[in-house]
Design a binder for this molecule. Structure first.
Ligand code: RM4
Ligand code: MN
Ligand code: MN
Length: 476
């Protein structure tokens, strides 16, 4: 631990005594050369140190004797994150942002009906307001994804209102999501519909969405299609592929040089025999055909069981074709559960592939991290804050992987040690550093607690409960 920080503890004497008490037990004679702690704000840290339970960030730098206890061992014994690793986390978090979905705050349901929540958002203003709160407490969600039909039902005409909401609630419009699946006309598909009129209608809607995106200053057009069929033999799969490719190309032609098209894939639902963009390979082909600014969007819930998602991510990174993510977790299908609730190691492995790529290539991957979840049972805002903090934790853990060491071990095929590089990073409790990071940005250390204390939930519950209870929830 060579780094020595200026913001030393105010009470160094006390610190020295405590440290030497610890060190005496080692039966060695040590010289304390310097003390360092993470980040800034020495006063707060001095207070924290007096309360040893909270002093997980302390680093004692020892030098001077030939058989000096290695600082890593000491850090392990003291249960601290080394200074260098904390810096890595802070650096990673400074560059990390994740987009909130407007639809994640509204009442959603299963195909059997909706469970109505008293505090759910029903208008675009309420969605902006709720998303603004999540950003206010977490600090990493400055953009909100919009679903055009749900959020801008009048299309381009609604842009001015949305812009005003952005200013009012401190959010920027994120990805623009056309809706070519809800209207009756799309029963047999949209861009891949055998009816040319329907294909045209779908394309027109997508072109409108591009215009909305331009006016809102939003870069990504995020495309998900429900197109497909339910029974073998009922559709010409090859012709539908060509129609879809033509439609995407036509949309791409209308994009500005700054805009991007993200092509999302999904193997099932609502179509249950075939979908026209079933997997990442098909999405990749469509994106390549569409034009230079098209990329693939990986929704973590859109795979078959046991599929190796991080391998898909690694391939798309290597091909320069990874555009973004829709994060959610799943146990069985496209369950849209909170990120990392079922398999946090999966998300960690995805983030690891991205960080490893960035380290190896020296490039920052241009990826839109987005949440696509539907909280039917959990409180929507709490679920969203929980998601964002989980995303930060898993991203921070992935940042801790020692890439140089890993690369060497992989080359030598030192399997157990290579795997341990990942497991050690995953096992590190990064939450203290995330709290430090938050405070250093003027945010509350505990976003959930701050939200709960704020009284916002009680206020919107009182305002919205009566109206929400009257909403329709039945399936049939
Ligand atoms: C789909 C897909 C899309 C989302 C819709 C609502 O399953 O994940 O991204 O916009 O659901
Ligand atoms: Mn999605
Ligand atoms: Mn989905």
């Amino acid at each position: 631990m060579e780094a020595v920080r200026g913001n030393l503890f105010t009470d160094v004497k006390q610190l020295e005594q405590m440290a030497s008490g610890q060190l005496d037990q080692q039966g060695e004679r040590w010289e304390i050369r310097s003390l360092a702690c993470l980040g800034s704000g020495g006063g707060r840290r001095a207070a924290g140190f007096r309360n040893m339970k909270r002093a997980v960030w302390l680093i004692i730098v020892l030098t001077g004797l030939p058989h000096t206890l290695h600082s890593e061992t000491l850090q392990r014994e003291l249960n601290v994150i080394p200074n260098r690793q904390a810096d890595t986390i802070i650096h990673a978090l400074n560059a990390f942002q994740i987009e909130l979905p407007s639809w994640g705050f509204a009442n959603t349901g299963t195909r059997f009906g909706k469970f109505l929540q008293p505090a759910a958002a029903a208008t675009i203003e309420e969605k902006y307001s709720d998303a603004g709160q999540v950003h206010r407490w977490t600090g990493v969600c400055p953009t909100i994804a919009l679903h055009v039909l749900w959020d801008l039902p009048n299309g381009v005409e609604d842009v001015a209102e949305v812009q005003a909401l952005g200013v009012k609630y401190g959010l920027r419009a994120g990805s623009i999501n056309p809706n070519t699946f809800q209207d009756q006309v799309y029963k047999y598909g949209s861009l891949a519909n055998p009816d040319a009129d329907v294909r045209r209608e779908a394309l027109d809607h997508i072109l409108n969405c591009l215009e909305i995106a331009k006016r809102l200053g939003s870069r990504d057009l995020s495309l998900w299609f429900a197109d497909g069929s339910n029974y073998p033999g009922t559709q010409n799969i090859r012709r539908r592929r060509r129609w879809m490719a033509e439609g995407l190309k036509a949309a791409h032609r209308q994009m500005t040089a700054e805009q991007r098209m993200l092509v999302e894939y999904k193997p099932f639902e609502p179509a249950f025999y075939h979908t026209d963009i079933a997997d990442w390979g098909m999405a990749l082909e469509y994106a390549k055909e569409a034009g230079p600014n098209a990329r693939v969007l990986v929704d973590t819930g859109h795979h078959y069981q046991a599929q190796n998602i991080e391998q898909i991510v690694a391939w798309l990174l290597d091909l320069g074709m990874l555009g973004g993510f829709h994060f959610n977790d799943r146990r069985y299908a496209d369950d849209d559960l909170t990120m990392g609730s079922i398999d946090p190691y999966q998300v960690f492995r995805i983030f690891h592939e991205i960080r490893y790529f960035e380290w190896e290539s020296g490039k920052t991957a241009d990826i839109a991290y987005m949440i696509d979840q539907s909280h039917n049972l959990k409180g929507k805002m709490e679920a969203m804050i929980q998601t964002v903090r989980t995303a930060m934790e898993l991203y921070a853990k992935a940042a801790l992987v020692d890439h140089e060491k890993l690369a060497g071990l992989q080359t030598k095929c030192t399997l157990v040690d290579a795997e341990e590089c990942l497991k050690t990073a995953f096992a590190t409790d990064v939450r203290p550093v995330i709290r430090e990071w938050s405070e250093s940005k003027g945010l509350p250390a505990d976003a959930m607690d701050a939200f709960r204390q704020s009284g916002y939930l009680e206020r919107i519950t009182a305002e919205r409960a009566k109206r929400n209870a009257a909403a329709v929830s039945s399936y049939a």
